[in-house]
Ligand binder design. Structure first.
Ligand code: NAD
Length: 469
């Protein structure tokens, strides 16, 4: 099996131990990744700390390096996309799309202005507010969009003058490890260190004395542990956590027109997307038409190995996640749900599960109340818009939401009542590297992307001098 390596202090480092990475389309291990030990983690943080001393000094060099990183990543898309498909499961064209997105995010960050404000400039005083880097950032990512979400962190963190130790999920470490090797061509040693290991490595990173900031993307359960660990020495945190995004269809929507869009944003990446539509609220009058249209799309979906050209949806990423989907659908069935499409795992050793449409459940069914993070979508009828908004907000989650209707002004008014980080009208998951992205309530702390995301990798410094400079 191919053995991947870590990048520590600009060097290729193999593990004293390794762990196997499974291809979810076959259910079989296909590569090995290093299991970083405590000494190697210390080396990574020491290398990042050393590199910080010079990296923070030259903003122009940082911008050049980030552009070079984006260009190199773009050129090597064909090399990395199959690595991503083999470990994550997504179809090859989606893997290439993710890598293209990651490069776009790096390129955009390379040109972001670093905020700097003169607050007073007169004969008595010159006062300015500048943004200083924080030092070493510990970055931890999940398995759904491993490279894209890493680059959401790498671009702004490095631009601001920080250095980084990055740990991908043990389910999908390979693309990030390969990216780390690639980045040795364009980044000075120690600026970006990539380590891999099982979940305890994440805990060791958050407990480590060197990093001053933890940038974490993952589940609410783990994010809570990260926040507790960070509190001990007051590390700064950005937490991008789970979502249970509602879509509210209004009574002036055409169910046949909105169904393909709702389907797309519910099942993108097999529903393994923090911002996937995870619950649809629809007026009683439109319920059956919408369910029929969505069930037809689900029945037509082409599910299979992501390396086959015609495949629309690959396998679920890992066995525990597949079992969770099976459990959620069983719970819905026990509560008398109607499964309008799908509802069974595929045959074979791969972790396949067809897009599934569930109706006839209450908001207390697990598939509605919890984040399913997989290819199952509940469709829920409502009687009044006020009721739909109340039910949409009746959750600890607060990542995003969308409202769908013929009259966009009315839809926007309805969206004003939603408690979450982003609302969309007649679309969903329209994200951009210049726009802040983050969750309210349990869906996170802080934002990524754009000016606000960049500021989250800096500390404010006020500079007051008695004479104008
Ligand atoms: P997870 O929380 O299980 O793991 C995420 C990362 O945390 C992994 O790298 C894991 O190894 C690491 N980790 C595990 N235990 C840790 C600990 N004690 N301390 C530090 N790190 C630890 O999440 P997952 O299953 O990989 O990802 C799915 C979740 O991520 C979903 O809830 C999804 O909504 C969320 N997510 C959120 C966003 C967002 O931007 N808001 C984006 C993508 C995914």
């Amino acid at each position: 099996m191919p053995q991947y390596a870590m990048t520590i202090g600009g060097a290729r480092v193999t593990g004293t131990a390794t762990f196997e990475v499974v291809n979810p389309a076959t259910g079989r291990p296909h590569a090995e990744a290093p299991d970083c030990d405590e000494g190697q983690l210390d080396d990574a943080f020491t290398a990042a700390h050393e590199a910080y001393k010079s990296w923070r000094r030259n903003e122009r060099a940082r911008r050049r390096a980030l552009h070079a990183a984006a260009d190199l990543l773009t050129r090597r898309t064909g090399q990395l996309a199959p690595v991503l498909t083999a470990e994550q499961g997504k179809p090859l064209k989606d893997a290439a799309y993710e890598i293209g997105g990651a490069a776009w995010w790096l390129r955009y960050a390379a040109d972001l202005p670093i905020p700097h404000e003169v607050m007073r400039d007169d004969p008595a005083a010159h006062v300015e507010v500048v943004r200083r880097p924080m030092g070493v950032v510990a970055a931890i990512t999940p398995w759904n969009f491993p490279l894209m979400l890493a680059c959401w962190k790498i671009g702004p963190a490095l631009l601001a003058g920080n250095t980084m130790v990055l740990k991908p999920s043990p389910w999908t470490p390979l693309t990030t490890l390969a990216f780390g090797e690639l980045m040795r061509e364009v980044l000075p040693p120690g600026v970006l260190n990539v380590v891999s290991g099982l979940d305890p490595l994440g805990a060791s990173m958050t407990a480590h004395p060197v990093p001053r900031k933890i940038s974490f993307t993952g589940s609410v359960a783990t994010g809570t542990k990260v926040a507790v660990a960070a509190a001990r020495d007051l590390k700064r945190v950005t937490l991008e956590l789970g979502g249970n995004d509602p879509a509210i269809v209004l009574d002036d929507a055409d169910p046949h027109a909105v169904a393909p869009q709702l389907f797309r944003y519910a099942f993108e990446n097999n529903g393994q997307l923090c911002s996937a539509i995870k619950r649809v609220y629809v007026p009683e009058r439109l319920h059956d038409d919408l369910v029929g249209a969505m069930a037809k799309l689900a029945a037509e979906a082409r599910v299979g190995n992501g390396f086959e050209a015609s495949v629309q949806f690959g396998p679920v990423n890992n066995r525990p996640q597949l079992e969770r989907i099976i459990d959620l659908v069983a719970d819905a069935r026990d509560r008398g749900a109607h499964i309008a499409a799908g509802g069974e795992p595929g045959v074979g050793p791969g972790y396949f599960y067809r897009p599934t449409i569930v109706t006839g459940v209450g908001d207390d069914a697990r598939v509605v109340a919890e984040e399913q993070f997989g290819p199952v979508l509940p469709i829920l009828p409502y009687r009044s818009v006020e009721e739909a908004v109340r039910r949409a907000n009746d959750t600890h989650f607060g990542l995003d939401a969308s409202v769908w209707g013929g009259n966009t002004e009315r839809a926007a008014e309805v969206a004003e009542g939603l408690e979450c980080g982003t609302t969309w009208i007649n679309t969903h998951f329209a994200v951009h590297p210049g726009r802040p992205f983050g969750g309210h309530k349990f869906s996170g702390i802080g934002v990524e992307n754009g000016r606000l995301g960049l500021e989250a990798f800096t500390e404010v410094q006020v500079r007051h001098s008695p004479l104008p400079r």
